[in-house]
Design a protein around this ligand. Structure first.
Ligand code: PMP
Length: 463
C-alpha cells in the first residue's frame, strides 16, 4: 500500500486518531482501510471485504467511480472554493440544487446546503424556530423526536437523537426536545394487533403528547422513513398517514430525516416517496454525494418558503450558514453521483437486489436458532438476533452477540454493522450490488451467524 508509515507504526498511530474507538482498537486491533473498488474495500493487510454496509449507509453508487473523481478534479482546478453568502454562489451548487429539487417530492422548493447530517438537522431546528418566530408564534418551538432515534451528535441533532450514550455527561437533550413512542413491529406491536391499528395507536400517543405539551408549543416532528441506527425498523402500514393527520390538525411541521433512506436506498428515490410522507423539511446527506466528499442539505417546502420569503426577503435575516455550505467541489461530486444513480437506474436495482437479499437471507438463515427477525426495505436490511425465537427473548447485551457476528464477518471477508443498544446486524450495501454480490454477502452472513450459533450451543447459551 502507498503510505509512508510501516504497517505497525500505522497501527500505533491509529490510536491517536480521535474519531475512532481506542477501546475497540485495543480489543480487536485496528482495521485500516486502504483502497476500494466497486463493492469491495481492501485494508492495509490486503484483506478484501465485500462492503455490506456501504461505508456507513453511505456509498450508494459504490467505490472507484471515475466520473465523480473527474468531476471533482475538474472543479478543483476551475474553482476549488468560494463561499456562498450574500450574493455569492457557484455553478455546481446551483445545478445540484436544481437536481435535488427534481428528485425531491412535489412541493419542495428550496435547498440549503451543509456538510453533514448533524449540522443539517441543527439547521432544521433553527428553520422551525425561525419560521414560527416570523409567523408570530415564538412559543411553538418544541420538536418531537422518537424513542431510540438517531439524528446526529451536535447539540441540536444530538438532542433529537434519543439514546442515552449520546446524552449522558453532555447535559443533553435541549429543553425544547420531546420523544414519542417509536415504531417497532418486532418488539412493541402486540401480536394480535394489525399494522394499521398499531399505526393508530402510535399516532394516538403522538397526539396525546402534543395535547399534554400544548399544541401552541409544538413546532415539528422528526422521523426517519425507516429507522436506521435505532434498529432498522420500518413503519407499520399507514403509520405516516396517521401521523401526518395528527401533525396537520395541530399545525406541526413534518421533518423527514432522509440521511440514510434518501437517494435510492429503499428502492425509491426517497423514503418520503416510498411511504407517501409529505415532508415540510427533508434532511439529506450520505447518499447525496455517496460520501465521496462531505455534503448535506436541508430541503424546505413551499409552505415554509412562503413565510420566509414574505417576511424576510431572500432570507437576508436568516443568520445562518457555514463557510463550507454549497462547497463547489462537494456539489460537483454530488451531481456526478446523482447522474450515476440515474444513468444506471440504481434505484431500480436497489429495489430488485434488496428484495433478493431479503429473500435469500430468509431462505438461508431464516430458521437459525438465533435469528428472530429479518426485516427492511430495499438495500436497508436488519437481522435481529435473539436467544429464544418463540418468546423473542434477547441475549444479554454484555454478550455482544451482534458484535460477535460482525467479527466473524471480518473472518469471512464481509462488512456489516452493529447498532447501539440492540442485537441487530444492519446491512446497507451499495445500490450497485449484482446478484453474485448478493449471494456472496448472504453466504458470508450465514457463515458468521452459524459460527456464533454453534459456539453458543457448545457453551449451552442456547438449546
Ligand atoms: N441522521 C441520520 C438518520 C443518520 O443516520 C445520521 C448519521 N448516521 C445523521 C443524521 C448524522 O449525520 P452525520 O454523521 O453526517 O452528522
Amino acid at each position: 500500500p502507498a503510505h509512508n508509515l510501516a504497517l505497525e507504526e500505522m497501527d500505533k498511530a491509529c490510536l491517536l486518531h480521535p474519531a475512532t474507538s481506542i477501546a475497540d482498537h485495543l480489543a480487536n486491533g485496528p482495521r485500516i482501510m486502504a483502497e476500494a473498488s466497486g463493492v469491495h474495500v481492501t485494508d492495509t493487510r490486503g484483506n478484501r471485504f465485500l462492503d455490506g454496509a456501504a461505508g456507513l449507509w453511505c456509498v450508494n453508487v459504490g467505490y472507484g467511480r471515475k466520473e465523480i473523481v473527474e468531476a471533482v478534479n475538474a472543479q478543483m482546478s476551475r474553482l476549488p472554493f468560494f463561499h456562498s453568502f450574500t450574493s455569492m454562489s457557484n455553478e455546481p451548487s446551483i445545478r445540484l440544487g436544481d437536481k435535488v429539487l427534481r428528485w425531491a417530492p412535489e412541493g419542495m422548493s428550496k435547498v440549503i446546503f451543509g456538510s453533514g447530517g448533524s449540522d443539517a438537522n441543527d439547521t432544521n431546528i433553527k428553520l422551525v424556530w425561525y419560521y414560527n418566530n416570523l409567523r408570530g408564534m415564538p412559543d411553538k418551538k418544541k420538536i418531537i423526536s422518537r424513542d431510540r432515534a438517531y439524528h446526529g451528535v451536535t447539540i441540536g441533532a444530538g438532542s433529537l437523537t434519543a439514546m442515552p450514550v449520546y446524552h449522558q455527561k453532555f447535559d443533553l437533550p435541549l429543553p425544547q426536545i420531546r420523544y414519542t413512542r417509536s415504531v417497532d413491529m418486532f418488539r412493541d406491536k402486540p401480536a394480535d394487533m394489525s399494522e394499521p391499528d398499531y399505526s393508530k395507536l402510535l399516532a394516538g400517543e403522538l397526539e396525546k403528547l402534543i395535547l399534554s405539551e400544548g399544541p401552541e408549543t409544538v413546532g415539528a416532528f422528526i422521523a426517519e422513513p425507516v429507522m436506521g441506527t435505532g434498529g432498522v425498523l420500518p413503519p407499520p402500514e399507514g403509520y405516516f398517514q396517521e401521523v401526518q393527520a395528527v401533525l396537520d390538525k395541530y399545525d406541526v411541521l413534518m421533518i423527514a430525516d432522509e440521511v440514510i433512506c434518501g437517494f435510492g436506498r429503499l428502492g425509491a428515490r426517497f423514503g418520503s416517496e416510498f411511504y407517501g410522507i409529505r415532508p415540510d423539511i427533508m434532511t439529506m446527506a450520505k447518499g447525496l454525494s455517496s460520501g465521496y466528499l462531505p455534503l448535506s442539505a436541508s430541503v424546505i417546502n413551499d409552505r415554509i418558503w412562503a413565510v420566509l420569503e414574505e417576511t424576510a426577503p431572500q432570507m437576508a435575516s436568516f443568520g445562518h450558514g457555514f463557510t463550507y455550505s454549497a462547497h463547489p467541489a462537494c456539489a460537483a461530486a454530488a451531481l456526478a453521483n446523482i447522474e450515476i444513480l440515474e444513468r444506471e437506474n440504481l434505484v431500480g436495482n436497489a429495489a430488485k437486489m434488496g428484495a433478493l437479499l431479503k429473500t435469500r437471507l430468509k431462505e438461508t438463515i431464516g430458521d437459525s436458532p438465533i435469528v428472530g427477525d429479518i426485516r427492511g426495505e430495499g438495500m436497508m436490511i436488519g437481522l435481529e438476533l435473539v436467544k429464544d425465537r418463540e418468546t423473542k427473548e434477547a441475549f444479554d447485551l454484555s454478550l455482544k452477540t451482534a458484535g460477535k457476528v460482525q467479527a466473524k464477518g471480518y473472518e469471512n471477508l464481509i462488512l456489516v454493522r452493529t447498532l447501539p443498544h440492540r442485537d441487530v446486524i444492519a446491512m446497507s450495501p451499495p445500490l450497485s450490488m449484482t446478484e453474485e454480490n448478493v449471494e456472496a454477502l448472504v453466504a458470508g452472513v450465514k457463515a458468521s451467524v452459524d459460527a456464533v450459533a454453534d459456539a453458543y450451543k457448545a457453551d449451552r447459551l442456547i438449546a
